[in-house]
Design a protein around this ligand. Structure first.
Ligand code: GDP
Length: 205
């Protein structure tokens, strides 16, 4: 995918707190996963901009929803009409140490509001780490958003950390737990990143 532009727009909590969420327009692709799953690294790889995501990883912003405006050329930019604008939405990482109740209560209200109310939300990229057991959160979130017509793309991150023969069983285990196809991605060596872009582009048309 050719990324023409990628900019950090704003950080927010609730829809109308502070500056609130950006005006709806471009289709939104939200990214969710537990802390340390590799979300920032993958966002960086998808947006092809080093340093851009660092803004949203600075202390204070990791507990916020971070919005990025992304302009891509699905056909490689051969014609000026070949421009598609999207919003990438970096949801706060959840589930430090066994998902304490307190953590859920902090995370849930505004993320919940975003996932349940935002009309522009078209795709949720749900990131899971193969070396960690999947919690209830992932399956709950997937079911929840699918029920309102949002496409869920499940992604197994850090695939490079598994040996070749370990990948398939790890994927199958995640697929059984989620009831969804799972795409293996390594943001550090780039495996699966183009395929993830293809699926995003196909879904937003
Ligand atoms: P976040 O908390 O979900 O945003 O996670 P980060 O993107 O900050 O990554 C957490 C850690 O995992 C960092 O040390 C990254 O370098 C590492 N990491 C992220 N993606 C990959 C990957 O694809 N492969 C490997 N081997 N390490 C990764």
């Amino acid at each position: 995918m050719k990324v023409l532009e990628a900019d950090f727009l704003t950080s927010a909590t609730e829809k109308s707190a502070g500056a609130g969420w950006p005006v709806e327009g471009a289709p939104e692709v939200a990214f969710a996963g537990r802390s340390n799953v590799g979300k920032s690294t993958l966002l960086q790889a998808l947006m092809q901009r080093r340093g851009l995501v660092r803004i949203s990883s600075t202390p204070g912003r990791t507990r916020l929803i971070n919005f990025f405006r992304v302009v891509v050329a699905p056909d490689g930019g051969r014609s000026p009409q070949d421009r598609r604008e999207l919003m990438f939405v970096d949801l706060p990482g959840y589930g430090y140490a066994k998902v304490s109740k307190e953590e859920r209560e902090k995370w849930l209200p505004f993320v919940d509001q975003y996932l349940s109310e935002r009309a522009s939300l078209k795709i949720l990229v749900l990131l899971v780490d193969p070396r960690r057991d999947m919690g209830l959160d992932e399956t709950e979130i997937a079911k929840y958003v699918m029920a309102r017509g949002v496409l869920v793309i499940a992604v197994m991150t850090k695939a490079d950390k598994l040996k070749k023969h370990e990948r398939k069983p790890a994927l199958q285990k995640l697929e059984r737990a989620l009831g969804l196809k799972v795409l293996a991605v390594s943001a550090t060596d780039g495996d699966g990143v183009d395929e993830l872009w293809r699926r995003i582009a196909a879904a937003i048309g």
